[in-house]
Design a protein around this ligand. Structure first.
Ligand code: ADP
Ligand code: MG
Length: 310
């Protein structure tokens, strides 16, 4: 049976509680199609808006009630995994049962190991949560946050985004797969943890990129394919320009060349192509597919999307 890691992007989850309830239903249909086609599926997902919302809610609460403690970013990621996973597992369970497929779906609270010396800790770059004006941003900087202007849209808090070096619970994910169950895992890139003395792990103030974490998981599970589902059907060269060219496939050499030429926007398409590259290079015959959520089935049938191969 073909094993695939399915990474869901922002459009599969929406930007708030109501949008998420609606969006996961569409995502559940696309995922159930693949399960019906006989694929062994692992679901991963992002958490940008959700972790920003949780973080802001916790901070606002701590401001009005001093007995509430500061909640670290790692705990906010853990909370986002629970809340997003809950919606996904319910929507998918319901969709599968409506098709008379009796397969359990469960969310695993998943930790992602990062290197405490990762240079990303000295250069926070991942924007999370709400936008602020300059005065608010200055006040937040004084409170110790790293703030950055985001493409003319206002100021946002930025956090470190270190590279994943291992998925702590990947054996559990494998066990569920081998038992014919559907795991939801590595939510929001996984809870970032680093080694502390002995064998222990300690939460890190960071948010790991979900595409990189999904690639690492796919590698550890020896998956056949990493499928990144986002808002575009195909990856483009000269994206958004009059001479835009949609790609049906690219070899890893071509992908590296296009990266150097600056075709993929940092923070959106670049991490996806880089994650795809790291997975296809991790073992022979491994492929990655980038396409739209609604086109997942067609993409896996080779009818659309962009395939990256080693
Ligand atoms: P997600 O939330 O699904 O993880 P992002 O929104 O971060 O994804 O990134 C996907 C977006 O990247 C696309 O919707 C598109 O607007 C943008 N993008 C940037 N460069 C490219 C490119 N070269 N080809 C296609 N899309 C691109
Ligand atoms: Mg997005």
């Amino acid at each position: 049976m073909k094993r695939i890691v399915l990474a869901l992007g922002g459009n599969a989850l929406g930007d708030n509680l109501h949008e998420q309830m609606v969006a996961v239903k569409t995502a559940a249909i696309a995922i159930a199609d693949l399960i019906e086609d006989g694929l062994e599926v692992v679901i991963t997902h992002g958490n940008g808006p959700q972790v920003g919302m949780i973080n802001l809610a916790m901070e606002t609460a701590a401001k009005v009630d001093e007995s509430l403690f500061y909640i670290p970013m790692s705990v906010c990621v853990a909370m986002s995994q629970g809340y997003i996973g809950y919606d996904i597992q319910n929507a998918l369970r319901e969709e599968l049962l409506s098709r008379e497929i009796d397969k359990p779906v469960a969310t695993i609270v998943t930790q992602t190991l990062v290197d405490a010396n990762d240079p990303a800790f000295d250069n926070p770059s991942k924007p999370i949560g709400a936008f602020y004006d300059e005065t608010e941003a200055e006040a937040m900087t004084k409170r110790g946050y790293n703030m950055k202007e985001d493409a003319g849209r206002g100021w946002r808090r930025v956090v470190a985004s270190p590279k994943p070096i291992g998925i702590v619970e990947s054996c559990t994910v494998r066990a569920l797969l081998e038992a014919g169950q559907i795991p939801v895992t590595v939510g929001g890139g996984g809870i970032p943890v680093r080694k502390k003395g002995g064998k222990g792990l300690k939460g890190a103030s960071a948010v790991v990129d979900k595409d990189f974490a999904s690639a690492k998981l796919a590698e550890e599970l020896e998956a056949d394919m990493l499928v990144i589902l986002t808002a575009v059907e195909k990856v483009a060269l000269n994206y958004g320009k009059s001479d835009q060219k949609l790609l049906t496939e690219m070899s890893s050499e071509e992908a590296e060349c296009y990266i150097k030429e600056g075709h993929f926007a940092p923070g959106s398409m670049l991490p996806k192509v880089e994650a795809a590259l790291s997975f296809v290079k991790s073992g022979p015959g491994r492929k990655a597919l980038i396409t739209m959520l609604e086109k997942a089935r067609d993409g896996l049938a080779g009818k659309t999307g962009t395939v990256i191969y080693g």
